[in-house]
Structures are given as structure tokens and as C-alpha cells.
Design a protein around this ligand. Structure first.
Ligand code: PHE
Length: 464
């Protein structure tokens, strides 16, 4: 008799867990720096459009496939595709998701581990001390810290232990419980930091930068980057939302949930931008357009403001919490595969998979010192040639997620029957007035948009 698969306690439990998956380093780290690189306003608008037109429809598709089958990705596609064109091949989409989960987690956890170290540095006052001189901090991060195998491996493993423990205790007892505690705290810290940032002299300029679009700065590359980021930040394209959807009760509305998760994710990404640009604008320093802002520039600026130690520590705790609820969802995709497909117990699945990913991640962690270049530290794509770390990241963000997303959209739009998808979207919702709009977006708009990302990667014109 297999163990029961578990279920969320209800709508709030699902929303918190799924929002926890969505909100992560993508929101707090990547979005601010790509917004900075792409000159603000217009990029933000395009990103919001990408979330609405591509992100939300694909999220609905993933959740509906998960809930309909009550299975993790591989089994879900296999079951629904049974007597459809392509048949069993579709379960490959599920496998792709498992591989993506494994890959992303093995480097995501390394970066997530840094937040533990930086929280400690902040609390001890050392960070603020170092931050007095921007160069000292830069050297510390890029030189000493990244090169220290002991630190890199240690924090990575610690973060993997936290992640594995949560997943070990199951859907309700582990994943949902952690999200119920961390998500409200995360939101509270964000609100405190936003309020704090309104008191800084750079606040007005930050709002201006974010919300006054200047379309003349927009390039084709930025449009594709916004689109690619929508995938990453909403945890789409690798079955995370599908897996979470498989634990969802039939009394919950999928369209409403997808809308709420995406809205929360976007609001929080914007809040992160407000905080970061306010404090950056408050200091008269040149900010490099780099992915390492979070660990180099930000503390420098915080150091000049009142209450530096505490505020900086809160900031890193916030990022750590956000990352943890995301790593949990990544491990859940991999573990639920072993549970559903290999018939393993949850304990065996989480411990085995957690250990395998941890070991793989150690290679990533160690490659940072070896490559000794900051460009390796890049959560998505660009310049990502240095070290295994960069390769993993490049593979995941430029290939796995877009290809997975494209296939999921094609599956939901063209393979799964219209009756089945309508029925599932209406379950727990009632009549879905925008059904035809969803269907149009998932059949045509999403595949074309995601296809454009893939084509540009193939042509080597990296959109980033
Ligand atoms: N959405 C997470 C973030 O923004 C990353 C993630 C991607 C998590 C894919 C799960 C699956 O950081």
C-alpha cells in the first residue's frame, strides 16, 4: 500500500507554498539587477506584460495538469497523453523537469548559503565595518569569500540540510508549515524595509526610475530577457507548479490561485526594487551593472544609514527565507518523482535525492573559487562560461525552463482536450469567463513568445 501523497490544508496553504516557490532569488536578486541593466521603467512594464500574457496562462496549465492527475510531472504527462498524439513521449517533459530541478537546486543552494554567512557578518558588525570602503567589501566577496572552499561548501550543505528537512516532513507537515511561518515574516521584513527606504533621500528617484517608462531604451534583447525572467521567477517550465498543483484540493479555483500567486510575486519583486534603488540612489556611488550588487554594493550603502547592522541582517534573512521556500519546491519536484515513479517512501526519496544534489552542488561550490571571476556568479545566463556553476545556470535558464515551458504550453493547448482543460479550470471556480482568452494565449501567444527565446539562444544571440 503506497503512502498517501498528502494534500495542502486548503487554499491558503497552497497559495503560501506556491508563492514561496515563486518568490526567491529571482525576485530579490535577479530582478533588481536586470531592471538596473535594462534601464528601469519600460523594462518593468514589458516584464509585467510577460507575466500576464505568458506567465499566468502557463501557470494555470501546469496547475491544472497536476491537479487533474494528482501525480508528479512524469506520471502526470504520461497519464494525460495516453491515447493522444505523441503518447508516452510526453512524459519526457516531466523528466526534463526533474533534471532541471536537480540542476537548478545544485547551484541555487550555493547562492542561498551566502545569505547565512552575510547575516552572520552583519550581526557581528563586521560587514558594516568592511563596507566603509567599497573596495574592501568587493575584495572580500570576490576574493576571500568565493575562493574559500570551506565557506562555499559549508553553507551550501547547511542550506541543503534545511531544504531536505522541510521536504522530508511532507506536503502539509513540512513544506506548508515552513511556508506558513516564513512567508508572513518575509512580507513583514519587506514592508519594514520599504518603509525604511521611503525615508532615504533616494526614494523619489527610485520610483521615477521604476515607474516612468522610457521606451527609447528598450531593445529586443530586453523584451526577451523580461520574458525569460517571467519563467524563472514564477517557477514555471519545470513542473514545480505542476507538482504543487497535484496536492491541491478540488474546491480551489486554479485561475484565481494563479492570478494571486503571480500578483504577489510581481509586487514583491517591485518592492525589492524600491528598496534597492532607494538605497543605491541615496549614496553617491557608481554601481556596477553587475549581478553581485547584493553582496557588494548594497552593504556599502546600508553601512551609511542609521541602524546599519540590524537592517543589513534583516535584509539577508529576508533573502535567505525567500530562497528556502524556493529550494524546497525544487527538491519536491525531484523527490516526488522518486516517490510516484520509483515507489520510494518520502523519507528515502528526500534523503537520497537531497544527498545526491548536495554532492553535485559541492562541485559547483568549489568551482567558484577556481574560476575566480565574478561573472560565474550569475543566476541566469549571461557570461556564464566560467566554471560548472555557470554552465549549470546557463543550461537551466536558457534551455530547460524555456523548452519545458514551450512543451507544457503546447501540451495544454494542443494535446489535452478542450473539454478536459475547461472542466479542470472550472472545478472549484465555476464558469471561467476568460476561458477562450486563456486558450488563445496558451495555444498561440505563449508558444510563439517562448519559441522566440529558444530561437535566439540557438542562433547564439544571447538575449541577455
Ligand atoms: N522562482 C524562484 C525564484 O524566483 C526560482 C525557481 C525556479 C524555483 C524554478 C522553483 C522552480 O527565485
Amino acid at each position: 500500500m503506497p503512502e498517501s501523497r498528502g494534500q495542502w490544508s486548503g487554499r491558503i496553504g497552497f497559495i503560501l507554498a506556491a508563492t514561496g516557490s515563486a518568490i526567491g532569488l529571482g525576485n530579490l536578486w535577479k530582478f533588481p539587477y536586470i531592471t538596473h541593466e535594462n534601464d528601469g521603467g519600460a523594462f518593468v512594464l514589458v516584464y509585467i506584460a510577460a507575466v500576464i500574457v505568458v506567465g499566468i496562462p502557463i501557470m494555470m496549465a501546469e496547475i491544472l495538469v497536476g491537479r487533474r492527475t494528482q501525480l508528479s510531472p512524469v506520471g502526470a504527462f504520461r497519464t494525460l497523453a495516453q491515447d493522444r498524439p505523441g503518447g508516452g513521449l510526453w512524459s519526457g517533459v516531466g523528466f526534463l523537469g526533474v533534471v532541471a530541478g536537480f540542476t537548478i537546486l545544485s547551484y541555487y543552494c550555493v547562492v542561498a548559503g551566502w545569505t547565512i554567512h552575510y547575516t552572520g557578518l552583519a550581526l557581528s558588525g563586521r560587514l558594516v565595518e568592511m563596507a566603509g570602503d567599497a573596495h574592501v567589501l568587493q575584495d572580500y566577496f570576490g576574493g576571500e569569500f568565493l575562493a574559500s572552499g570551506k565557506h562555499q561548501v559549508g553553507y551550501h550543505l547547511l542550506f541543503m540540510v534545511l531544504t531536505t528537512s522541510a521536504v522530508y516532513f511532507g506536503v502539509k507537515g513540512g513544506i506548508e508549515r515552513v511556508a506558513r511561518i516564513l512567508m508572513p515574516v518575509l512580507f513583514l521584513i519587506l514592508v519594514v524595509l520599504v518603509i525604511y527606504s521611503t525615508t532615504t533621500p533616494g526614494f523619489a528617484a527610485a520610483i521615477d526610475f521604476l515607474f516612468r517608462p522610457d521606451f527609447s531604451t528598450l531593445t529586443k534583447g530586453s523584451v526577451l530577457e523580461a520574458l525569460g525572467h517571467a519563467f524563472f521567477t514564477l517557477s514555471l517550465g519545470m513542473g514545480a507548479m505542476l507538482t504543487y498543483g497535484s496536492y491541491m484540493g478540488r474546491d480551489i479555483s486554479i485561475p484565481r490561485a494563479a492570478l494571486q500567486i503571480s500578483a504577489l510575486d510581481t509586487v514583491i519583486a517591485l518592492m525589492a526594487c524600491v528598496i534597492m534603488f532607494s538605497i543605491i540612489n541615496s549614496a553617491n556611488i557608481e554601481v556596477s551593472k553587475s549581478s553581485t550588487i547584493l553582496f557588494t554594493t548594497i552593504p556599502t550603502v546600508f553601512a551609511k544609514l542609521p541602524g546599519a547592522n540590524l537592517i543589513t541582517a534583516m535584509f539577508y534573512i529576508l533573502i535567505g527565507f525567500a530562497a528556502l521556500t524556493s529550494t524546497i519546491s525544487l527538491l519536491e519536484v525531484v523527490s516526488s518523482f522518486a516517490i510516484d515513479e520509483l515507489g520510494w517512501s518520502r523519507r528515502r526519496a528526500t534523503v537520497t535525492m537531497g544527498t545526491a544534489i548536495a554532492i553535485f552542488g559541492v562541485l559547483n561550490a568549489l568551482s567558484l573559487g577556481a574560476s575566480s571571476t565574478l561573472s560565474a556568479v550569475n543566476l541566469i545566463g549571461r557570461e556564464s562560461t566560467a566554471g560548472i556553476f555557470g554552465t549549470m545556470d546557463y543550461l537551466a535558464s536558457n534551455w530547460f525552463l524555456p523548452v519545458g515551458g514551450l512543451l507544457i504550453a503546447l501540451f495544454a493547448g494542443w494535446v489535452l482536450g478542450v473539454r478536459a482543460s475547461r472542466e479542470e479550470l472550472e472545478t472549484g471556480h465555476g464558469e471561467v469567463s476568460g476561458f477562450q482568452v486563456w486558450r488563445f494565449l496558451i495555444r498561440f501567444v505563449a508558444p510563439l513568445a517562448v519559441g522566440a527565446i529558444i530561437v535566439s539562444v540557438i542562433l547564439g544571440k544571447e538575449y541577455q
